[in-house]
Write a protein that binds this ligand. Sequence first.
Ligand SMILES: [Zn+2]
Ligand SMILES: [Zn+2]
Length: 143
Amino acid sequence: MNLSARLSSRMLEGFCSRFVVEPTGCWIYQGTLSGDGYGVLHFGAHGEESRTSTTAIRVAYELWRGPIPEGFEPDHICSCRPCICPDHLELVTRSENMLRARERNRMALVCWRGHFLTPKNTRIQSGWRVCRTCRPEVVRRAA
Ligand SMILES: [Zn+2]
Ligand SMILES: [Zn+2]
């Protein structure tokens, strides 16, 4: 489904004015960010049956580059999660994206917020290195 076709002109206007261009060339999305730092957009009103959400990079790609074929998703070549610059996006298959994400995660020196991923600040969660500063361990209280 072409998601950008579902954007109303008001949403589109909002989307196109909701980023800041960094000196690095990245277009930093200023709207809602997911917990992982990716821009997200919601379609439809709260509580509506057809309410759905998508990533800002999907919308950006469709708007400025073209339709996304089935089975593909945009991936950052700049590794900057809130970036929606169409020139910083390329299409990869889902499995390829996962593979790259794993590799980047394994090699990363800092988390996406810029905290150093020292052994002390890193914990492993289902095979991924997670920043302790961003994702503190949930301490379960004994009932
Ligand atoms: Zn970028
Ligand atoms: Zn962090």
